[in-house]
Design a protein around this ligand. Structure first.
Ligand SMILES: *Cc1c(COP(=O)(O)O)cnc(C)c1O
Ligand SMILES: [Zn+2]
Length: 396
């Protein structure tokens, strides 16, 4: 298996056992815990200068990733703009707000970063097929990267997945199963199918060890784009928490490598219609309880049972951040406000970050000289129908 020099293998976040990446495509063989890529950081010679010399894109960070650019299944994902949002800064009463615009990725969301690594891993494992259950965007990304790598993809989506996602999974030639119900129902159907197909390589959230690893690059990029200033706050629309856990890991790596001095406060933004992380954070718990009746317009974060909640909650607490839930009504309003005040098109799910930031500002979570980064995890145009309908509901 072609790996980078410092990649040392996989460590179980539950039992602490370590494994050879070659033998472990999914979760911990001993306890079914989440596996996390590990590196020999002492062997790494990464400085601000060596990074400055790297070619653009996600793979400029290859020394901090498990696989090299030469092995990558890639469509030049990453290198997304960090767009300044001066009107929002004024409204939130902070020094600066930036929107990390992940909508500019190949399939219109940050899911491309995770799938670039997960599908690369699948090819290195010699897989012929990849499979996952997904709310939609990850399935679109997986079917796209699988197509590029010449692999078959099997994608389980809930009936309420967006039209764009379902259509594009078809267009990429994915084998799609639409499951009546919610993400949990699609997940159950996926588990059943997986049990019958031992040749399917999982590219599912926190089953493959590599999706959160790909998402580390959002934080590396952000810090480089801010000329190595660490933002005070990062607000992230949180479902399974892949991006949040990845970015927090990246912030720790940069600090531990001596490239930065501090960690940004990580904030999980959710919808009041499905807020298991906010509930667990507020109650001081180490783990969530599954949300009984998930119901939000924000499909990407309608995750009732986020299995990585211990990692998410650790990241929030260690970084001095927290969790915030707002209503779907406020979230939709925020998508419209950002589009009208800044021109930036936010996806509906992503607008939970903007809406959450307004709430946090009102609660005094930010100081006047703070820098706040909002993750626009996906392109607003993918949700044009939903946001336009919201205006119609108001007679506009
Ligand atoms: C998947 C998704 C999320 C949530 O991602 P997690 O890392 O699993 O929390 C947020 N926004 C969009 C647009 C998504 O597709
Ligand atoms: Zn384990």
């Amino acid at each position: 298996m072609e790996t980078t020099a410092a990649f040392a293998g996989l460590t179980c976040t539950d039992c602490g056992e370590t494994f050879d990446a070659e033998d472990t495509p999914g979760r911990c063989p001993d306890c079914d815990g989440i596996l996390d890529p590990d590196y020999d950081y002492d062997a790494l010679d990464v400085t601000r200068e060596t990074l400055a010399g790297e070619a653009p894109g996600l793979w400029r960070y290859e020394s901090l990733l498990p696989f090299p650019r030469s092995a990558a299944v890639t469509m030049d994902e990453g290198e997304t703009p960090l767009v300044e949002a001066p009107s929002l800064a004024e409204e939130l009463g902070v020094e600066a707000v930036y929107i990390k615009d992940e909508g500019r990725n190949p399939t219109g969301t940050f899911k491309d970063r995770g799938q670039a690594l997960a599908v690369t891993a699948a090819t290195l494992h010699g897989a012929t097929d990849v499979a996952l259950a997904t709310a939609g965007n990850a399935g679109q990304a997986a079917s796209a990267y699988a197509a590029r790598a010449g692999l078959d993809s099997h994608v389980f989506v809930p009936s309420r997945a967006s039209f764009v996602n379902k259509a594009m999974i078809n267009v990429h030639g994915g084998d799609m199963t639409v499951v009546e119900g919610r993400l949990g129902d699609a997940g159950a159907a996926f588990e059943d199918a997986l049990a019958e197909h031992d040749d399917w390589h999982p590219v599912q959230t926190f089953v493959t060890p590599y999706r959160h690893e790909g998402k580390k690059t959002m934080l590396y990029e952000t810090v480089e784009q801010l000329d190595w200033e660490v933002p005070d706050h990062v607000v992230y629309p949180t479902g399974g928490g892949v991006g949040l856990v990845g970015m927090h890991k990246a912030a720790r790596e940069l600090r531990d490598l001596g490239l930065t001095d501090e960690l940004p406060a990580m904030w999980a933004a959710q919808s009041e219609g499905c807020a298991p992380i906010v509930e667990a954070f507020d109650e001081g718990k180490e783990m969530h309880e599954a949300w009984e009746y998930p119901d939000t317009i924000c499909g990407g974060i309608e995750v009732a049972d986020p299995g990585a909640s211990p990692l998410i909650l650790d990241a929030l607490r260690e970084s001095g951040g927290g969790a915030v839930a707002t209503s779907d009504e406020d979230i939709l309003d925020s998508a419209v406000t950002v589009a009208q005040h800044e021109g930036v098109e936010m996806g509906v799910t992503c607008a939970a970050a903007a809406s959450g930031a307004w709430d946090l500002a009102q609660d005094g979570a930010f100081d006047a000289d703070d820098t706040v980064v909002l993750l626009n995890t996906g392109a607003g145009s993918k949700d044009a129908d939903v946001v336009r309908s919201h205006l119609m509901s108001k007679g506009i």
